[in-house]
Design a protein around this ligand. Structure first.
Ligand SMILES: Cc1ncc(COP(=O)(O)O)c(C=O)c1O
Length: 403
């Protein structure tokens, strides 16, 4: 039985996350320097501390945490999360712990989207979310960004146009901090204007936040959720998802959703059906990680670990790239974005780069289907060594100059 005729329409037409295939296609190239992956460095995982805490948790609380737990998430962890973020106006009911941000994004989309509904997002945006939106039957439309984040004028114009045509634009998906893939952070002013606009036009915002704690320089910026609360006393328009994947390690599959209680309750209903509960052991381990005051020093360690890698890549780009190439200058996160002249097609360049033993992800993969741009690419700076970064950027520059 091959099941070919048994698959649902959504399963048959589902797009795969092309990044995995691209990364797999370069794995066997000897001596290749890759800026393609999106993995955090394993050197940032707090292995020793986690080993101790996992052992403590199983030994001391095994009877409880190896049992089925609460679908809403562990209360001890929620206490710590509320303290960590310092919100006094919300409580446990505003938080749902999930198995990674991907799960939270799925529940949110499942709760709001009907076949053919529209989701707006930044263009470019995170491919993993694009394929999830698509698989759930949404039509996704990208809004261009400038150096301060999403372009509000185009957002306003497009929202008006879509609504005039009777299209249901259900929400806006944004990654305001060290965006994947561009590395752009939305300016504080843009955050205020965006939230004001969302409130005025009843456009819910899904704020995906895996990177804001990975800031290496510059001033911390308020999340959209915080902006909605502090500026407008109206946080319900924003639902924020915070992931621990780039903080503790993606294998722990831990994140939390924060938002309006009614909405969180519905997301929890989805969690009951899909997952029953998040991983109870991991939740308690994370709670203890906070209780033992390990989070702050750990974050400082990650920041000082990554900072030189970003600096090395920015210096190498300055030194090696011809003047017709532009790139973003992030102050944190794990990616930056490069634009070439319009005549370049980075899908084609990817194949030639393999021969030059360097890899990146072609920018076209990060645009909604049918809205692709080809003269851009994503570079990850947290996986290769600093020597590899210098050498890899030099190889890439040689290839670009040869066009
Ligand atoms: C913007 C963005 N959202 C979500 C995710 C996935 O996060 P998680 O591992 O928590 O599912 C990633 C991972 O790269 C990401 O960059």
């Amino acid at each position: 039985m091959e099941y070919k005729n048994s698959f649902s329409e959504h399963t048959r037409t589902m797009h795969s996350s092309l990044i995995r295939e691209l990364v797999a296609s370069i794995k066997t190239v000897p001596g290749l320097i890759s800026f393609a992956g999106g993995f955090p460095s394993p050197k940032t995982f707090p292995k020793q501390k986690l080993a101790e805490i996992y052992s403590q948790v199983i030994t001391e609380e095994g009877a409880e945490v190896l049992q089925y737990g609460a679908s809403e998430g562990d209360n001890q962890l929620k206490d710590e999360l509320l303290k960590w973020e310092g919100y006094k106006h919300i409580n446990h009911d505003n938080i749902l712990v999930t198995a990674g941000a991907t799960n939270g994004i799925y529940y949110y989309t499942r709760a709001l989207i009907e076949e053919g509904d529209v989701i707006f997002c930044e263009a470019p945006t995170f491919l993993g979310t694009l394929v999830a939106f698509d698989a759930l039957g949404a039509k996704v439309h990208g809004i261009p960004m400038d150096s301060e984040g999403i372009d509000l004028e185009i957002l306003k114009k497009d929202l008006r146009e879509f609504r005039t045509k009777g299209r249901k634009v259900k929400f806006l998906y944004v990654i305001p901090d060290f965006q994947n893939p561009s590395g752009i952070s939305m300016s504080e002013q843009r955050r205020k204007e965006l939230v004001r606009f969302a409130l005025d036009f009843d456009l819910p915002i899904l704020e995906d936040n895996p990177y804001s704690r990975l800031r290496f320089s510059g001033d911390e910026l308020p999340t959209l959720y915080r902006t909605a609360f502090e500026q407008y006393r109206n946080p319900d328009i924003v639902t924020e998802i915070v992931s621990f994947s780039k903080i503790l390690g993606p294998g722990m599959r831990l994140a939390f959703v924060k938002g309006n209680k009614n909405l969180v309750e519905r997301l929890c209903s989805w969690q009951q059906k899909v997952n029953i509960t998040p991983d109870c052991v991991t939740e308690r381990v994370a709670a203890r990680f906070f209780q033992q005051d390990l989070m702050q020093p750990h974050l400082e360690m990650i920041r000082s670990f990554y900072r030189p890698y970003l600096e090395t890549m920015l210096e190498a780009l300055d030194k090696e790239m011809p003047s017709n190439v532009m790139w973003t200058h992030p102050e944190g996160g794990i990616f930056l974005w490069l634009w070439l002249e319009e005549r370049f097609n980075c899908d084609e360049l990817f194949e030639q780069a393999k021969a030059h033993k360097v890899a990146f992800i072609p920018g076209s993969k990060f645009f909604p289907f049918g809205e692709e741009q080809y003269n851009c690419m994503r570079l990850n700076f947290t996986y290769s060594s600093q020597e590899q970064i210098q050498e890899g950027i030099a190889r890439l520059a040689t290839l670009i100059k040869s066009f």
